[in-house]
Write a protein that binds this ligand. Structure first.
Ligand code: EPU
Length: 430
């Protein structure tokens, strides 16, 4: 198992190119279950989570081939298979996104319940509610969601839960609605750019979706969908992470392949903090500041401040000149990084759904453990600016969602080494 050893203190400078969006690529790959023929996806990041979904699709009779660059070719070979096993689904929660397309195209799906993870309980009640509205019979048996429907009939579906809408839930309902008979209305749909990208892909395949990018989607069902070539949007969270890297190291980074309008809430907060952000056509230049001002942030569904940037801002605001508060309204328990940042000298207290961050003058390098994807990114950011050396174990979490992260950072002047952590292998193999 790998670990990162980071020598802190470098001010990052230069240009970096953002990869394709993980969270857009995953449902779009699943949507290929609906297509006839060979789909070519462009800008698909090379990530562990993408490999897991490729494996799941393989077991569902879908051939997934990597082409040169970041292209991928996907084609259904055998559409008789309907089971996504626990072994693979338990490795990645987002695998639940095969449920909607399997039910719509193969009329049957048996997908392992993904369970919770370190960022929270993560139920799928809204997915089940939405798919049931099409007339499907859905039960939970022996840890699996079992869904059956001879045909799907259009429905009016309200997708609101305690924490707002659901991104993957909206994706699942949308992928079922495109082949359902009649016109489906999805109210309180998630309008994250990744959902809009999926809808754009489905429309290119021949679906009839209106209201893309809003909370109300109107979907007129069609009989079939064709395979197409499609390019995935850039990863807004990777771009946001590099923005924070520029801010926390007081550097100057130009982030290429970046759609600034997907990051409006993040850019707004960076500016409030005192960071300079120059938006360009397909890129953004971010210049740090000598004095990081404290701010108040609440994470919210899009276009609010993304929960996937909360941990990175905890690192940044640890060095602010004053007290900041970040309230987590999407995953109230997503604060595993707090204890690790405190080991590096941060002064953060968790108060209910909030992190109260008292700015300190400096962070100091320490041995820390990555608990999940965005928490790992936060620790890397802290390590970049900390005095001395930081060792981060369990960096496989970061490989799930950031392509060649240390290479990209090192090109900007960071000093990150990837090393094999032999100790950890022994511990985990016991
Ligand atoms: N929720 C329910 N019931 C449901 C579904 C969700 O109560 O049936 C709750 C969740 O527990 C949570 C909130 O609604 O409190 C939002 O969950 P959502 O379903 O939107 O999350 P998701 O689709 O499982 C995606 C991203 C996450 C990102 C969230 C929020 C993918 C593959 N994952 O998860 O990304 O944090 O939306 O924006 O798209 C990450 O990339 O690190 C990551 C965790």
């Amino acid at each position: 198992m790998d670990k990162f050893v980071i020598a802190g203190g470098a001010r990052l400078k230069g240009a970096v190119r953002v990869s394709g969006s993980k969270n857009a690529a995953l449902p779009i790959m699943a949507a290929c279950i609906l297509a006839q023929g060979k789909t070519v996806l462009k800008n698909v990041p090379r990530l562990f989570d993408i490999e897991i979904l490729s494996e799941i699709l393989g077991k569902l009779g879908v051939s997934v081939k990597r082409l040169p660059n970041s292209d991928m070719e996907i084609q259904v070979i055998d559409d008789s298979k309907c089971v996504a096993d626990y072994d693979l689904v338990s490795k990645m929660r987002a695998s639940i996104c095969v449920l909607g397309p399997l039910l719509a195209k193969r009329h049957e799906a048996k997908v392992s319940l993904p369970g919770g993870c370190v960022i929270g309980v993560r139920p799928i009640d809204l997915h089940i509610k939405g798919l049931s509205a099409f007339g499907a019979n859905i039960t939970v048996e022996h840890g699996y969601v079992v869904a059956r429907a001879k045909k799907l009939k259009s429905a009016e579906i309200y997708l609101g839960g305690m924490f707002g809408s659901t991104v993957t839930g909206t994706a699942n309902i949308l992928m079922a609605a495109v082949l359902a008979e009649g016109t489906t209305i999805i109210e309180n749909a998630a309008c994250e750019p990744e959902v809009a990208d999926l809808a754009g892909f489905l429309n290119k395949m021949g679906a009839k979706i209106k209201g893309i990018g809003t909370h109300k989607l109107l979907v007129k069902g069609v009989r079939r969908l064709k395979a197409v070539t499609y390019s995935i949007i850039p990863d807004r969270i990777e771009a946001g992470t590099f923005m924070v890297a520029a801010a926390v190291t007081n550097g100057n980074i130009t982030i290429e392949n970046c759609i600034a309008e997907h990051l409006t809430a993040v850019i707004d907060k960076l500016r409030e903090i005192g960071v300079t952000v120059n938006k360009k056509k397909n890129s953004c230049q971010v210049i740090g500041t000598d004095r990081i001002k404290p701010v108040y942030i609440s994470t919210l569904p899009y276009p609010g401040f993304p929960t996937d940037m909360q941990a990175q801002f905890c690192s940044l605001l640890s060095l602010a000149d004053g007290i900041s508060v970040i309230t987590e309204r999407v995953y109230p328990d997503r604060f595993m990084h707090v204890a690790e940042l405190n080991r590096m000298g941060a002064n953060i207290k968790k108060e209910g759904e909030s992190a109260v961050i008292v700015g300190v003058k400096k962070l100091s390098g320490a041995q820390v453990i990555a608990s999940d994807l965005r928490a790992s990114a936060a620790l890397v950011l802290a390590g970049l600016v900390a005095e001395g050396q930081t060792e981060i174990t369990r960096v496989y979490h970061i490989d799930r969602g950031y392509e060649k992260i240390e290479e990209k950072f090192n090109k900007l002047g960071a000093r990150i080494q990837r090393k094999l952590d032999k100790k950890l292998i022994v511990v985990e193999e016991k």
